[in-house]
Design a protein around this ligand. Structure first.
Ligand code: ADP
Ligand SMILES: Cc1ncc(COP(=O)(O)OP(=O)(O)O)c(N)n1
Length: 270
């Protein structure tokens, strides 16, 4: 069997809980070979983002070209893209390589409030990148921005998913981590025809730094292994659930999730 190859195009998180670091750990844990194209270096820990140093669009494109031409890519995810220039360069490379298993995590604002996507880049994200996506995974504030509406109820979420799908993306998962606290964390998946409610136990913890990155990276790893999107999303939910449940209690703020929890639990079942 050939080695599944997964590429992340995202920012570096020095604290290791989100961004490139979360993605590569997740790829590794799920059995995909991880590669990266770094878009920006962030100065970050569990207390928040203290600095953002973007790379040039050319530097991002060259990294994608280097790995795409030599190692090959079975699935790719995008995370923090920061500027319209970088989004355009990334879209151009995805198109030129003809990559189809494309997961777009439309990272906009970190939990602490730092801007990880410039306001003037949202239009490029909608027009250039979403049409190339197999699946897009906004959280509620990101879905509000993409759909141009407020989301309060599950009905609002369904309407937002329909609007986001109109940009040409095949599947939309609106994540529920930011929904008002209930006993369940509920994500809503729209596949172009039907809606599926994906519910799990909501864990009471402040250690949820990098949940969105980890979730989308898990989907990407499963797609790289050849699994269909619904199965990839199902595994990603189990993966993030375990990672939050067994969080590591690191740092003085919102700490990282536990990227090896899912694998350890599976091992203990064998
Ligand atoms: N406290 C929690 N308990 C269980 N699952 C959670 C919790 N917070 C987030 N999740 C899950 O983690 C994933 C990421 O969601 P979310 O936190 O909304 O993304 P983001 O990090 O992009 O803001 C989703 O599958 C969501 O349901
Ligand atoms: C470099 C970098 N990329 C993305 C994020 C946002 O990650 P996310 O999974 O949405 O987690 P929070 O920031 O909301 O904890 C980031 N912080 N840094």
């Amino acid at each position: 069997m050939s080695t599944p190859r997964a590429l992340t195009v995202a920012g570096s998180d020095s604290g290791g809980g989100a961004g490139i670091q979360a993605d590569i750990k997740t790829f590794q844990e799920l059995g995909a070979f991880g590669m990266s194209a770094v878009t920006a270096v962030t100065v970050q820990n569990t207390l928040g983002v203290q600095g953002v140093y973007p790379l040039t669009a050319a530097a991002v494109a060259e990294q994608m070209e280097a790995v795409g031409r030599d190692l090959g890519v079975d699935a790719v995810k995008t995370g923090m893209l920061f500027s319209a220039d970088i989004i355009e360069a990334v879209a151009e490379k995805i198109e030129s390589f003809g990559w189809r298993s494309v997961v777009v995590d439309p990272v906009m604002i970190a939990k602490g409030g730092a801007e990880l996507l410039r306001r003037d880049a949202v239009e490029a994200l909608k027009r250039k990148l979403l049409p190339l996506a197999l699946i897009v995974t906004p959280n509620i504030p990101e879905a509000e921005e993409l759909a141009g509406m407020r989301i309060v109820t599950m009905g609002d979420r369904r309407e937002a998913a329909l609007r986001i799908a109109e940009y040409g993306v095949n599947m939309v998962v609106i994540k529920g981590g930011h929904a008002p606290e209930t006993e369940e964390a509920v994500d809503l998946m729209y596949d172009g025809t039907a809606f599926t409610r994906l519910a799990g136990r909501r864990i009471a913890t402040r250690h949820t730094h990098g949940t969105g990155c980890t979730f989308s990276a898990a989907i990407t790893a499963e797609l790289a292994k050849g699994l269909p999107v619904p199965e990839a999303v199902h595994t990603a939910r189990l993966y993030i659930q375990a990672a939050i449940e067994d969080s590591l209690e690191l740092g003085g703020g919102s700490g990282p999730t536990n990227h090896w929890a899912y694998g350890r639990r599976k091992e203990s079942l064998v």
